[in-house]
Structures are given as C-alpha cells and as structure tokens.
Design a protein around this ligand. Structure first.
Ligand code: PLP
Length: 403
C-alpha cells in the first residue's frame, strides 16, 4: 500500500478515536523514526512515553526473537520461567515494601486493578482523585480521569469517585470520609500539563493517608522507568505509596500493565476475583526482562536526569527569545513547555520540520523523548522549536496586523 492507501484504510476501518497526524511511520532506531517516504523525525513523544529505551532496542529485539521461538503464550494458571524471571527483576527495583504484583496489558488496566484492590482490601468504596488527572479511559479509570470531554459522553460512571484540587492538603483532609478507601494521584501530572508538585506535598499526602487509614495509590504509568531522573518519580520525594500503577515502557514497547502493592494488600484478592487472559505472557515478559536489564545496566535514570537538565537549559534559552513561551516545567525527560497560545498550530509546524512532540492540554507542548536521546538530537529539536515558534509568532503578528 502507498501512503495514501494506508491512511485511507486506517481511516475507513478503524474507529476514528485518535487525533491522527498526517504521517505514516514505518521504522525506528533509538530516538529516530522514519516515515514511509524515508523522512527522518527526532522522537520526543516515544509513543506517549512507551519507547523510553528508544525504538527497537537490540536487547529487546533479541529477547523477543528468542522467546518467540520458545513459547509465546502461557496463561497464568500455569507457571512460566520467563514470567518468574521478570517478576524477580521487577521487585528488585520497586520501592521497598511494594513486592506483590498483578500483570495486565495497559495503563488503564493497571488502574482498574488498583481500584478493585483498594475496595477489596479496605472494604470501602470511595476513591479520591485529583482535578486535572489522567488515569485512562476504561470505565473505572475514566471515573478518576478529570477532563469532562473524556467523561461526559459516558455518564454515569462508577459511583463513589470524587476529585479534589491538586496540591492542596486541606482539601484532601476535608474530602476523606468513613467510606474512603484510597486516594490516587500521578506524582507528576502528565496529560494535566506536566505539573510537578511543590516540595513537601507528597510527603504530607502520605502522612494524611497513614493517619486516616486510607491507601495511597500512585499512578506512575507515565512517570516511572527512570524518566524523571529516578526509577520511580515518587523517589524524588522519598514517598512510597501502598499501591503503584505501572505500564508504558516496562516491556520495551510491548503492551504491559502492572499493579504492584504491599503483600498484605494484594493478598486480599482471592483466586478468580481478578484476572486477564494475557497476564504475564512469556513474549511480553521476555521483552520486560530485557527492558529492566537495560534500565539498570545503562543507568537510564541518571541519563534522564542529565539529558533532562541539558534539554531544559536549552529550552530556557529559547524562552528568552520567544515571548510565546510562558513556562518550562518538568523533571528529567518529562518536560512541558507552556505557551501563551494554543499549541495546535505550533505542533503541526514542529511535525513538518521533523520532530514529534505531544500536547498536554490546549497550551502545553509535552516532551517525553526516549531516554537514550543524545545531545545533537536535542540540539536538533531546539532548532526546530525555535523555527516553529518564530514562524507561528510571525503569522499571528501578521494576522493581528491585517485584522
Ligand atoms: C498517568 C497515566 N495513567 C494511565 C494511563 C492510561 O494508560 P493506557 O493508555 O495504556 O490505558 C496513561 C496514559 O497515557 C497515563 O499517562
């Protein structure tokens, strides 16, 4: 199929629920992607944070090939060598005390499991979420996701879910009732605009949860795997939750969801109360083993901290040149550039110039590049951003002039 046929086929036969960009990507290596015409892109999107290791990391490719020849699927009602190896590697790196997991296939599923677990372990029904949060689009996760545009068409959602303003401990104290099972939050809100909490906030939340006997769930689907300069973002503030939701990069690009909790909590699930057919499929587990090995051996968290510092410094220089930039936020390689205008036009221009970024709301350009991105590639991104912002500013100035 040629480029046009590919686009027409997807548009005709797949649900039109994605805001499509007019490119056909066909291959990738590290932080670089190529489209069907051979045009090169620096990837600052990583498929929404999945490709933290870069595209087609050789260790992941090798592990998948090997496992594919051995055993691809194996239901969790049977034991499997690769699954056991993966879970051992995982609990070796998770914060102390979080060592019993349920494996699924996506971020939303990891949240679904956390919701059920919180209700089962506490015998209470209410979960408190945060305004601006994103937890996915299945019915349970959606009930805790904030944006009206995602929620309203599907009302009624599941009961006893409520939202409090972010970074506000008094509102949290007020919201807790006798029915509260847990509070869930992203340590750094991703889709909500790359919002880093003020120092001390997460420690206060933990203290309140402990005092009031409710569970703390961290959704680290976007913030973990070294991206923020620590293996898990909560480690930036030394706060360990009771339950943690993981997903995106943990299987080197293959679909995975992980809900990991204290053993006493996870043990409240009895046989049959939660499951999924693909839980811990050997092929995904093999990719996951390779991914965790690379994460640890190549010290990707340190790399993210270093690359992130360089990237942010370059962006701050850009801010001096472009009044359109309102703020640069983030930790490590989870970076948001808030503009004083809608980002849509700017993102289109950036794409045309060979860089992939994503939005985080109407005014924030979100950058989640592969952690293996190098300095020359970051410099290329900065050049493109500079040009795109300049062109957008000129266009808006001339529109204002002609109006
Ligand atoms: C923090 C967070 N939680 C949950 C999800 C949902 O993950 P998925 O799209 O894999 O269902 C996402 C996806 O972007 C996310 O960023």
């Amino acid at each position: 199929m040629n480029e046009e046929e590919i686009m027409n086929t997807e548009n005709r036969y797949l649900a039109n629920v994605f805001s499509k960009k007019p490119i056909v990507l066909t291959s990738g290596k590290g932080a670089i992607l190529w489209d069907i015409n051979g045009k090169e892109y620096v990837d600052c999107a990583s498929s929404y944070g999945v490709a933290a290791l870069g595209h087609c990391h050789p260790r992941v490719v090798e592990a998948v090939k090997k496992q594919a020849e051995k055993l691809i699927t194996c239901h969790s009602c049977y034991y499997n060598d690769t699954r056991a190896e993966f879970i051992k590697k995982l609990v070796n790196i998770t914060p102390k005390g979080l060592d019993k997991a349920f494996l699924s296939n996506s971020g939303a599923e990891s949240v679904e499991c956390a919701i059920k677990l919180a209700r089962k372990a506490t015998g209470k029904s209410e979960i408190i979420g945060v305004m601006g949060a994103y937890h996915g689009k299945t019915m349970g996760a959606l009930s805790l996701t904030w944006d009206k545009k995602y929620r309203e068409p599907f009302m009624p959602l599941i009961p006893d879910m409520k939202h409090i303003p972010p970074d506000n401990v008094s509102k949290l104290r007020e919201a807790i009732t006798d029915k509260t099972a847990a509070v869930i939050m992203e340590p750094i809100r991703g889709e909500g605009g790359i919002r880093v909490p003020p120092d001390g906030y997460l420690q206060d939340v933990k203290e309140i949860c402990t005092k009031r006997g409710i569970l703390l769930i961290f959704d680290e689907v976007q913030t973990s795997f070294g991206r923020t300069g620590k293996l898990f973002a909560c480690q930036n503030w030394d706060v360990t939750p009771d339950v943690m939701c993981l997903s995106k990069p943990f299987a080197g690009g293959l679909p995975i969801g992980i809900t990991i909790a204290r053993e006493d909590l996870m043990s409240s699930f009895k046989v049959g109360e939660h499951s999924t057919t693909y839980s811990g499929s050997p092929i995904v587990m093999a990719a996951g083993c390779a991914a965790i090995d690379v994460l640890v051996e190549e010290k990707l968290a340190d790399k993210a901290a270093l690359n992130g510092k360089y990237f942010k410094a370059q962006l701050e220089d850009l801010m001096v040149k472009h009044k359109t930039i309102k703020e640069i936020r983030g930790l490590g390689l989870m970076i948001g550039m808030e503009l004083r205008c809608d980002v849509y036009n700017v993102i289109q221009k950036i794409l045309g110039k060979g860089v992939l970024v994503i939005d985080a709301g109407r005014t924030v350009v979100r950058m989640l590049p592969p952690i293996v991105i190098n300095k020359p590639q970051i410099d290329r991104v900065i050049t493109v951003l500079n040009e795109a912002l300049g062109e957008d500013e000129n266009e808006r100035a001339s529109n204002t002039f002609s109006n």
